[in-house]
Write a protein that binds this ligand. Structure first.
Ligand code: CMC
Length: 430
C-alpha cells in the first residue's frame, strides 16, 4: 500500500487532516505541528517513544534491521576504513572531506589542543575522588568562560568552526588532565606532531619529560571505539544538546548538558555499570545465572547492564563490531581477561532466555566496550568519558543542524494532573 499524503483524525465528530512526512529511508510520520492550534488537543507521549522531535540529515538508524548509517555511509565501512577525524568532518559538515579539507580540519584541531592556562589550576579544586564525568561536564561548560566570543548572538561560520575545533580537540586535553590530576601526576602537554588518538593516549599514559612509545594497535582500537560512538541520532544526550541549544545558549553550554545526560547508567554510564556488573559476577564465582534471574525478577530493580535498547530490537550493529574488535585487541595485547568469558557466557544465556527473547533485548554498544577500554588501561570510571569524547562530533553536528534549521525553542506541553483551584486557608499558629 502506498503512503498516504495525509491522514484524517476525528475528534468530537470533527475531521482534521494532517500531512504525512516521509523520510529518505521511507520512515513515516504524521506532522501534528498544527494539532493544538486546529483542535485544541495535544499528544501525550512520555519518554518520546513515538515522537520525532526533528528532521535530520545526519544519522539513519533502523532498529528492526540493525542498521546504522552516518550521512548514508554504513557504520561497518567507516569502522573498517575511516579515521575518527574524517568521520567527525563527515558528521559535522555533511560530506567526507577532500584531502585538503581534511588537512585544514586536522590542523585546526591540532592547533587548538592547549587549554587556557588558568583552566589548568581549576583541576586542583576538584577532589581526586571526583567522578571524571563531573569534571568533564563542568570543564566543557567552563570553556564558555574562556571563549566568550562563542556566546555572540550572531555567530559567523568562522567562529562556529573555531569553537568546533576547540571542543573536539580540548575534550581530550581536559580528559587527560583530569586523569593525571586524579593520579597526582604531572600533566603531559599536547604533542602537536601526533595524530588525534596517539596524542590523546600520550597525554593520558605518557610521563612528563619521558619518551612515549606509541602502540599502533591501541591507536587503532581507540580510533574504532570513537567512530562507533560518534553519533546515534536523537538519544537522550543528543536530545538534551538540541533542546538546550535551542534556547541559543552557546555551544559549550549545550554540549556540557549532553555530557551530563550521557553520565546516567541507562545511557552512556552503562559501560561503567557493565564492567562493574561483570566484576561482581566474577567475584561471586562467575555464575551469571543468578544475575539473569535477578534481571528477570519484576520485584528486583536490577537490570542486565549493556542489554536492551530503545530503538534496536534485533541487534546493535556497533556491538557486533566491538565484539570482534574485543577478541582481536585482547589477543594482540596478550590480555587474558576472565570478564570476557563471563560476558560471552552471559550473552549466550540471555539470547536463549524467553524473557530476553520476547522483549527483544540484545547486547548494546556498551556490553563489550568496557572490556576493550579496560585492556587499553582506561580506568572504569572513565569509560563514560571515553564515550563522551567519541560522541563529541555527533553532538556538535546535531547542534549545528538545529541552528541551521532555525529551530524554534524546544518547549513540550504537559497534561496537568494536580489539584484543581482551591482557596488558601491560614494555618492556626500554636
Ligand atoms: N535487563 C532486564 N530487563 C530489561 C532490560 C535489561 N537490561 N532492559 C529492558 N528490560 C525489560 C524491562 O523491564 C521491560 O520489561 P516489562 O515489559 O516486563 O516491563 C522491557 O524490557 C522493556 O524495557 P523498557 O524499560 O520499557 O525499555 P526502554 O526502551 O525504556 O529502555 C534501556 C531502554 C536501554 C534504557 C533499557 O533496555 C536498559 O535499562 N538497559 C540497561 C542499560 C543499558 O545498557 N543502557 C545502554 C543503552 S545503549 C548505549 C546508549 O546509547 O546509551
Amino acid at each position: 500500500m502506498s503512503t498516504p499524503e495525509q491522514v484524517t483524525i476525528e475528534i468530537e465528530g470533527n475531521q482534521y487532516e494532517f500531512p504525512v512526512v516521509t523520510g529518505s529511508e521511507d520512515e513515516k510520520a504524521i506532522d501534528i505541528s498544527k494539532l493544538r492550534s486546529s483542535t485544541g488537543y495535544v499528544t501525550l507521549d512520555p519518554a518520546f517513544v513515538n515522537t520525532a522531535s526533528c528532521t535530520s540529515d545526519i544519522t539513519f538508524l533502523d532498529g528492526e534491521k540493525g542498521i546504522l548509517h552516518y550521512r548514508g555511509y554504513p557504520i561497518e565501512e567507516l569502522a573498517a576504513k575511516a579515521s575518527f577525524i574524517e568521520t567527525s568532518y563527515l558528521l559535522i559538515y555533511g560530506e567526507l572531506p577532500t584531502s585538503d579539507q581534511l588537512t585544514t580540519f586536522t590542523d585546526k584541531i591540532t592547533a587548538s589542543s592547549s587549554i587556557p592556562e588558568q583552566l589548568k589550576s581549576l583541576f586542583d579544586t576538584y577532589p581526586a575522588s571526583a567522578h571524571p564525568m563531573a569534571n568533564l561536564s563542568s570543564m566543557i561548560c567552563t570553556l564558555s568562560a574562556f571563549y566568550p566570543e562563542a556566546s555572540a548572538t550572531d555567530l559567523s561560520a568562522e567562529q562556529i568552526d573555531a569553537s568546533i575545533a576547540q571542543l573536539i580537540s580540548q575534550v581530550t586535553t581536559l580528559t587527560a588532565y583530569s586523569y593525571k590530576k586524579s593520579l597526582g601526576q604531572t600533566l603531559v602537554d599536547p604533542d602537536q606532531k601526533l595524530d588525534y588518538c596517539a596524542n590523546f593516549l600520550k597525554m593520558m599514559f605518557g610521563l612528563a619529560g619521558e619518551n612515549f612509545e606509541i602502540d599502533q594497535d591501541i591507536v587503532e582500537a581507540l580510533n574504532l571505539l570513537l567512530i562507533l560512538h560518534a553519533d546515534h541520532e536523537q538519544n537522550c544526550s543528543t536530545s538534551a544538546v538540541r533542546l538546550v541549544g535551542s534556547s541559543r545558549t552557546n555551544l559549550f553550554a549545550a554540549i556540557s548538558s549532553g555530557a551530563l545526560a550521557l553520565w546516567g547508567p541507562l545511557h552512556g554510564g552503562a559501560n561503567q555499570a557493565v564492567l562493574e556488573m561483570l566484576e561482581t559476577i566474577n567475584e561471586a564465582g562467575g555464575d551469571y545465572n543468578q544475575f539473569l534471574a535477578k534481571a528477570k525478577d519484576p520485584d528486583d530493580s536490577f537490570r542486565l547492564m549493556g542489554f536492551g535498547h530503545r530503538v534496536y530490537k534485533n541487534f546493535d550493529p556497533r556491538a557486533k563490531i566491538i565484539k570482534v574488535a574485543c577478541d582481536k585487541i585482547l589477543a594482540k595485547l596478550g590480555v587474558e581477561n576472565p570478564l570476557l568469558a563471563i560476558a560471552k557466557g552471559l550473552e549466550e544465556a540471555a539470547l536463549q532466555d524467553e524473557y530476553f527473547v520476547s522483549r527483544k533485548l540484545y547486547p548494546n554498544v556498551d556490553f563489550y566496550s568496557g572490556i576493550i577500554y579496560h585492556a587499553l588501561g582506561i580506568p572504569t570510571d572513565m569509560f563514560t568519558v571515553m564515550f563522551a569524547v567519541g560522541r563529541m562530533p555527533g553532538w556538535i553536528a546535531q547542534w549545528k543542524e538545529m541552528l541551521d534549521q532555525g529551530s524554534k525553542i524546544g518547549r513540550p506541553r504537559q497534561i496537568y494532573t494536580g489539584a484543581v483551584p482551591r482557596s488558601y486557608e491560614s494555618i492556626e499558629l500554636r
